[in-house]
Ligand binder design. Structure first.
Ligand SMILES: [Zn+2]
Ligand SMILES: [Zn+2]
Ligand SMILES: [Zn+2]
Length: 794
């Protein structure tokens, strides 16, 4: 006779296992394996006790990882055996917080196929309901105020579930079991449509007040909730088709929407938002719609339709697409995303055309979050506000990616990604790294987690600083981090640096100042779990150097402990500081007068038409060194060549001159002759300095000879790639280190990245490029955090 000996196993599962349908999955799995016991959320993990046959327990435990629901991310499963308790069934127990413990928080997730089906099914009770969600999708991070993740600690606390929602919520076999944001038209959040001059009024009044919406007036008389929401979407669609600008309250803040096919609507939005040229993102209803406007590779399609649902920069079929040229002036790429909330799905289907969907803010302010805030701040921009009454806990911009070598590369990391951590190759201290000025993020570390914040924004105003400080407090609370060390950029004027200095002196914490480009390289190493030392190529706009010059074309031998500057582009003055960044022709003048002679003639160059007075001012600044800090910035070299070639002399957004120069390069470069411009490398006290006089003079000659700009652009890009490869090969030969990490905002330039990577590989060097965090300053805080972890260790 077979004797079955029952065993009891206690299992702990770590990772993103809360708010993602993990407990119902465990419940079903326990039934499948005929095991008794319970499952419970704790602050740090999910704890399970199962009792039964040992083989069944092992099968159960293995299935926890292999069969987990789509949004769960398992970090580790531990199992120990104990004396059996004689459980008679399997149950889901209440959550239990534990002091000091924390859990990973799921990012917000795009509407899942099941919810989309219900949304569009006239027979479903959630038909047309813009806040439909389930355990596999919907808001998470943006509604969580504290852990453990239960409804009372979310911004859904104020909504009381109706009996039907409650039944779903309580049924372990339901897709909405313990879905904290669960809601329906009877009990959940509701939409309102408000005109720009009204306060939050009854939607019906607003519709009545609008002359050109007379048709919908009758419909608005319908009284039940469902029809109301349907009619609001209809009215919003009418407004959008009519060229109006709508502020739409989304997941992590307001977005500004308008008809992307209307030049007039887009121009109006640009004028009101004070954003003359920076490209705008477009939302398209379906994959079929996207391929009408853009080229789409299988990898791009996978990324676009992933649960993270980011904006992806796609090759724009400008000749075919009816998306307005003003959406992305002078660019070959369009930032496109699919709808990621039910509200977006409804709006896109109703409007029947692509919509511009851009952050709801004025120029560089943070994205507006609350209704009153939006009505105040976006008043001059939006004609109407499509709002709802579910509060947003965390501001959360859309993430942006581009595809490089068939793999995604982040440009902005926010919705769908933060606050999921980057995993570190070591056990870390509790560190706060404050990041840089532009595209700021911060980073908190503990255990092997680096909690890199969502994109905060450009730290240029009080609003962004407040957003930064509040979000730091939120992360500290959610992940139970009490920093002992604070890392910050060397630049004394960065608001993030000033904040760091303040908290360091107030709380008596350990201060670790980190050089900007060292942080860039460390961030690239850290995301690859590479410890270095590696040859770091940090090419960006500008960052404060250890010698107080503005660096930005750097070759560093770096690891987490420190760096040696082994090479850089030669210094030229930045005439007028910030003025030279906004007006690239000033940089062109600086290169000409510094490298080719103080009286270099401008004849035959696009610079010839410049205001002679300003040219005289620049000359004086250069001659006397007034407000002209020396810089080795690669970004400024791109600016100068762009201005010299007549592509762009003034910019409306960061890096515009360099981006448009890249866009000028021909598409089929393989067939072109591999021509480059000359440059020299000199060795000064062991440091390689890339001399640029010959390069600048060659560009001048080509411009004067009317060589087509696409050729100049291509030759220049090839020259920079050759320059990087040559210096790296030399350093590798000298040091025996042949791993190269590429970082800094200049590597958002696809052409340069592609040319550089392939040349480095051809030279026998291994290349690391960013895949998890942005190569721009959005990745800086991760680098600062890992460096701070090693400060004082060796
Ligand atoms: Zn769903
Ligand atoms: Zn309900
Ligand atoms: Zn930088």
């Amino acid at each position: 006779m077979l004797v079955v000996v029952n065993k009891l196993a206690r299992i702990k599962v770590r990772g993103v296992v809360q708010g993602v349908g993990f407990r119902p999955f465990v419940y079903r799995l326990a039934h499948q394996y005929k095991l008794n016991g319970w499952v419970r959320n704790t602050s740090g993990s999910v704890t399970i006790e199962v009792e039964g046959d040992e083989a069944a327990i092992k099968g159960f435990s293995a299935s926890l990882e292999t069969g987990a629901p789509p949004m769960a991310r398992i970090e580790g499963v531990s199992l120990s055996f104990h004396a059996p308790q004689g459980y008679t069934g399997f149950e889901i127990r209440d959550s239990r917080p534990e002091r000091g413990k924390y859990q990973l928080v799921s990012p917000d997730i795009a509407t899942c196929p099941d919810c989309l089906r219900e949304l569009l099914d006239p027979d479903d009770r959630r038909y047309g309901y813009p806040f439909t969600n389930c355990t596999n999708c919907g808001p998470r991070f943006t509604i969580i105020e504290d852990i453990p993740y239960d409804r009372p600690k979310t911004t859904m606390a104020g909504f009381h579930m109706c009996p039907e929602c409650q039944r779903e919520y309580d049924d372990p076999l339901d897709r909405r079991f313990h879905a904290q944001p669960n809601a329906c038209p009877r009990c959940g959040p509701r939409l309102e449509l408000v005109s720009a001059d009204g306060t939050l009024t009854e939607s019906r009044d607003v519709i009545k007040a609008t002359d050109d919406l007379t048709e919908s007036r009758d419909v608005m008389k319908a009284t039940d909730d469902l029809t109301e929401s349907e009619d609001l979407i209809k009215a919003a669609g009418d407004l959008l088709r009519d060229g109006r600008i709508l502020a739409v309250r989304g997941l992590g803040g307001f977005q500004l929407a308008c008809d992307a096919t209307s030049e007039t609507a887009v121009a109006t939005l640009r004028r009101r938002k004070r954003r003359p040229a920076k490209p705008l993102a477009v939302m398209m209803a379906t994959r079929e719609e996207i391929v009408r406007h853009c080229e789409l590779s299988p990898e791009e399609e996978r990324l676009l339709s992933s649960p993270q649902c980011p904006i992806v920069l796609l090759r724009w079929r400008r000749g075919v697409s009816c998306v307005a040229a003003a959406v992305a002036p002078n660019l070959k790429y369009l930032g496109v995303m699919l709808p990621y909330t039910p509200l977006h799905h409804l709006l896109l289907r109703e409007t029947g055309r692509p919509l511009v969907m851009t952050s709801g803010n004025l120029s560089e302010e943070p994205i507006a979050r609350d209704n009153d805030e939006a009505l105040g701040r976006l008043k001059g921009i939006a004609d109407y506000f499509l709002v709802h009454n579910r509060s947003i806990s965390a501001r959360y911009d859309d993430s942006v990616f581009m595809m490089v070598d068939e793999a995604p590369q982040p440009i902005r990391r926010a919705r769908g990604y933060a606050p999921y951590p980057i995993f570190l190759p070591f056990r870390s201290k509790q560190v706060l790294a404050c990041g840089a000025e532009e595209k700021n993020t911060f980073c908190l570390t503990r255990d092997d987690h680096a909690f890199l914040s969502q994109h905060i924004g450009d730290m240029e105003n009080e609003e962004t600083l407040a957003h930064f400080e509040n979000t730091i407090e939120l992360y500290k609370r959610l992940f139970r981090v009490t920093p002992e060390v604070v890392a910050y950029d060397l630049h004394p004027e960065y608001l993030a640096t000033k904040y760091a200095r303040r908290v360091i002196s107030e709380l008596g914490l350990l201060a670790v100042p980190v050089q900007h480009h060292h942080a860039h390289i460390a961030s690239c190493l850290a995301e690859h779990k590479a410890e270095g030392p590696a040859i770091g190529v940090a090419f960006d706009g500008t960052g404060f150097g250890s010698d107080a010059a503005l660096w930005g074309g750097e070759f560093l031998l770096a690891d987490y402990n420190g760096f040696h500057r082994l090479g850089h582009l030669e210094y030229v003055p930045l005439p007028g500081g910030a003025a030279a960044i906004k007006r690239p022709y000033r940089m062109a003048l600086s290169y000409l007068y510094t490298l080719l002679g103080a009286d270099f003639p401008l004849e035959g160059l696009p610079l010839d038409g410049l205001d002679p007075e300003e040219v005289a001012v620049v000359k004086k600044q250069l001659a006397r060194g007034i407000n002209s800090p020396p810089t080795s910035s690669a970004g400024r070299l791109f600016d100068a060549v762009s201005a010299l070639a007549g592509v762009r002399g003034r910019i409306d957004y960061e890096a515009q001159a360099a981006i448009e120069l890249e866009m000028q390069a021909p598409d089929k470069i393989d067939r072109m002759k591999k021509e480059t411009y000359p440059f020299a490398v000199t060795l000064e006290q062991g440091v390689r300095v890339v001399r640029l006089a010959e390069l600048v003079s060659a560009v001048v000659r080509e411009v004067r000879n009317r060589v087509p700009v696409p050729l100049i652009s291509l030759r220049f890009h090839r020259t920079v790639a050759e320059m990087i490869t040559g210096v790296c090969r030399d350093i590798a030969g000298e040091t025996g280190i042949n791993e190269v990490a590429l970082s800094g905002g200049v590597f958002q330039n696809r052409l340069l990245l592609m040319l550089t990577t392939s040349a480095l590989k051809k030279a026998g060097l291994a290349v690391l490029v960013h895949r998890l965090v942005p190569c721009n300053d959005g990745g800086i805080s991760l680098g600062q955090a890992v460096i701070a972890n090693f400060a004082g260790r060796s």
